[in-house]
Design a protein around this ligand. Structure first.
Ligand code: ADP
Length: 661
């Protein structure tokens, strides 16, 4: 597992700068786009206005052209009415012709000089009295003006029926200098617009005829919607304050730039918003990076200061990580170890099979949970003992991805333990020698007894043999006794020999009763010498798994201590008892004396090596006894003997587990 260096704080600053650049660019782009759109819009408005003015001028010219044509025809008719022989017929013919060709004129009236209607076409639609009624005021005014100036004059616009607006054109009829009559042409203004404003014009514009007071007289359009701009031009004549107002309308095409600009602004907003989100994201990332950096530094510091070797392997057994402590332990670099598969470079070639078997057991999840010991080798070839604990490597998603081992170099500890074990064994041996030395004299005395008995039996036999007629049956009992005494002496010697012989601890099934008997055999002579009674209470016991010699050593030591503690007692109070009791899972052996007891201040130091209160004592007996008992997975402790005759004394108790194997 290689650890990538994390980006430093400088890189996040650079990242922020890089992130600010597109923001700046987008702001500039949006400003440029808005300016461009504004310019385009302005150009378009100006172009529209120019087109509008052009169209309005054209319309005004067109209308004027048509009105001028009508004026000319009426003027000609006025001349002809005076000159032609049949004026009534001429009026009818020409007026009918004009009405047909000039749709904007709805009626032509022929008035006399007093303003009375001579004739009218069409006469059916407008009876005389009506003409007089609706047009009277305006007609008279126009009539008077035409008469006064002697030229064609338009009336002011007026509404008839409250709905339609009209103007009248008065054309005076002169004969010489005398006014003979007047031709009045009625122009409905809406008809003027509907007949003279082309369709395409109304697709783009609304045309309205208004006066100075903004009163609408006629209108024409086929578009609806919002007006963009309008233009007014005087419509005079027919004049008298009339104006043409043309209003342009926004077409669907005109919406395109607006939609475009809205889209651009929305897009820019979207980009800003996304940049804002990215910025937020980057901030979070930077914070996470900083936290990660701290975490990484902490992890590295932790890894470097660990004294326990750590090694991670994937599910196939390939090494994916080792910490510095493991590298120091093995002497290999991380690069030399990461990626390696079995056999690992730190495996001992001679032990490859066992190591590989353990490796397989770990991969199969069968590694002992309390750890296991292995021997590895350093790069230098030096062997070392390791205590290995294997655990599952679980990733952040809870997935089992491999195995993590913590490895402890226990070489030093092992050496120390071995040394301590050797010292302990040496001590035990020494202790046995000491015990034996102390007992040597009594044993010599003990052996003397069978030897003396053998000698006397032997003398007896010789005497018997010297007698004539000695029967072999007389000698046989004596010889048997000699043999028994020799066996007894041999047994004593063998016991001493066994006891002194140094051997490795070896647990085997043995009877505790035999052990106690053997001890009694050893100690009886000494007890007799010091006049100490020994009583035993041993029920029938199952065999136990123990090193017989070691147990004898414990019992002898406790019994000898008990006897020594009672050396100051009255003879009657010198009683040592050995009691064995069987519990559910263990046997307990009590050695009870009536001796001096243990002073409270010495109680804690009792089992410490070299603690003694005796002048010639070594102080190692009890400490050895405890380690022997613990070697047998038992316990050893001391209590005050509260039930003794003397009111003093000690009970040493040790337990031994009842095991079958
Ligand atoms: P040593 O007998 O050489 O002194 P031990 O380790 O056997 O060494 O005993 C240590 C000390 O424990 C003795 O010196 C004695 O003070 C005390 N002790 C041991 N057994 C008894 C006992 N039965 N009664 C009183 N004191 C005892």
């Amino acid at each position: 597992m290689t650890t990538q260096p994390l980006p430093g704080p400088g890189s996040s600053r650079r990242l922020r700068l890089l992130l600010a650049l597109p923001k700046f660019g987008i702001v500039l782009l949006v400003i440029a786009l808005i300016a461009l759109l504004w310019l385009l819009q302005r150009n378009e408005v100006e172009e529209e206005r120019t087109a509008l003015i052009k169209d309005v001028l054209w319309l005004e010219q067109n209308l004027r052209f048509h009105l001028n044509g009508s004026e000319d025809h009426l003027q000609q008719l006025a001349v002809d009415l005076v000159q032609q022989p049949e004026p009534s017929r001429t009026f009818r013919l020409r007026a009918a012709h004009m009405l047909k060709n000039t749709p904007e004129i709805s009626q032509i009236l022929w008035l006399d000089a007093t303003q009375r209607v001579i004739d009218a076409l069409p006469s059916s639609t407008l009876p005389d009295q009506e003409i007089e009624a609706f047009g009277l005021a305006y007609s008279r005014q126009a009539f008077d003006l035409a008469k006064q100036f002697g030229k064609q004059t338009y009336s002011e616009p007026f509404f008839a029926d409250g709905k339609r607006a009209f103007v009248e054109l008065m054309t005076p009829i002169f004969e010489g200098r005398q006014l003979k009559g007047m031709l009045a042409a009625v122009f409905p203004l809406d008809t003027l617009l509907s007949s003279q404003v082309p369709w395409w014009f109304t697709q783009k514009y609304k045309v309205v005829i208004i006066d100075d007071n903004d009163i609408q007289y006629a209108t024409k359009t086929s578009v609806e919607g919002n007006s963009a701009q309008s233009y007014e031009i005087p419509f005079d004549p027919p004049g008298r304050g009339l104006k043409l107002r043309v209003t342009s309308y926004q077409s669907g095409e005109n919406m395109l730039p607006r939609i475009l600009s809205t889209a651009i602004i929305l897009l820019a907003g979207g980009v800003f918003w996304s940049l804002w989100l990215v910025r937020d994201l980057m901030r979070k990332r930077t914070r996470a990076e900083e936290a990660l950096r701290g975490e990484h530094a902490f992890r590295t510091a932790m890894e470097d200061s660990l004294t326990v070797g750590m090694r991670a392997r994937d599910l196939d057994g390939k090494v994916i990580y080792v910490n510095p402590a493991f590298c120091r332990m093995t002497g290999f670099d991380s690069d030399e170890l990461v990626g390696t598969t079995p056999p690992m470079p730190y495996w001992i070639p001679e032990q490859i099979d066992e190591t590989f078997a353990m490796h397989q057991a770990v991969l199969a999840g069968m590694a002992p949970p309390d750890g296991f010991e292995m021997t590895f080798q350093r790069k230098s070839g030096e062997h070392f003992h390791a205590l290995v604990y294997e655990a599952k490597l679980i990733d952040g998603n809870g997935k089992h991805t491999g195995w993590m081992a913590s490895v402890l170099d226990i070489t030093e500890r092992k050496h120390a333990e071995e040394l301590a074990r050797q010292q302990q064994a040496q001590l035990q041996f020494t202790s046995r020698l000491v015990t034996m030395g102390e007992m040597a004299s009594t044993l010599a005395h003990e052996i003397n007894q069978p030897l003396a008995a053998i000698a006397s039996y032997n003398a007896g036999c010789l005497n018997l043999l010297a007698r004539p007629g000695c029967a072999t049956d007389d000698i046989k009992p004596a010889l048997e006794k000699i043999g028994a005494q020799a066996q007894r002496a041999g047994k004593i010697i063998r016991r001493v020999h066994d006891f002194v012989r140094k051997s490795e601890p070896k647990r085997a099934p043995c009877s505790l009763k035999d052990v106690v008997d053997d001890c009694l055999g050893f100690i009886e002579a000494d007890a007799r010498k010091h006049r100490i009674r020994i009583e035993t209470h041993i029920p029938d016991l199952p065999p136990i798994l123990a090193d017989r010699l070691m147990l004898e050593q414990v019992l002898l030591n406790l019994m000898r201590n008990g006897m020594e503690a009672m050396s100051g007692n009255e003879e009657a109070d010198r009683l040592l008892s050995v009691r064995v009791e069987q519990g559910a899972h263990e046997l307990s052996v009590c050695v009870v004396d009536q001796g001096c007891g243990i002073a409270p201040e010495n109680r804690d130091k009792l089992f410490t090596a070299f603690f003694t209160t005796k002048q010639d004592g070594m102080g190692i007996g009890l400490s050895i006894c405890r380690s022997i008992v613990e070697f047998h997975r038992g316990r050893l402790w001391a209590d005050n003997n509260t039930n003794s005759y003397t009111g003093r004394g000690t009970i040493f108790t040790f337990t031994l587990p009842l095991e079958t194997s």
